[in-house]
Write a protein that binds this ligand. Structure first.
Ligand SMILES: [Zn+2]
Length: 82
């Protein structure tokens, strides 16, 4: 699982530190988070969209490796991965 944007309260020693309240969304820190993963409704949807996009990118990346591996086999080379 890839989570790229998780908001937090930050470093307690830095100026502007804002403590995150219990049961607040771990991503935006602005609303209550009934989701068991700690997201509010809006952020839960956005995180799922980001995850979906990430899986699409991963599938494309792995397909490129598979195509490269097939190309290597067609040119009497070894596998792309050892
Ligand atoms: Zn949120």
């Amino acid at each position: 699982m890839i989570i790229t944007h998780v908001a937090c309260g930050g470093n307690i020693r830095r100026p502007g530190y804002v403590p995150v309240k219990v049961n607040m969304c771990v991503r935006c820190g602005e609303t209550d988070a009934p989701d068991p993963l700690g997201y509010c409704a809006t952020c839960a949807v956005q995180v799922r969209v980001e995850l979906s996009d990430g899986f699409k990118r991963l599938r494309s990346y792995l397909a490129a490796w598979a195509a490269f591996d097939a190309w290597l086999h067609g040119h009497d080379e070894g596998p792309a991965l050892a």
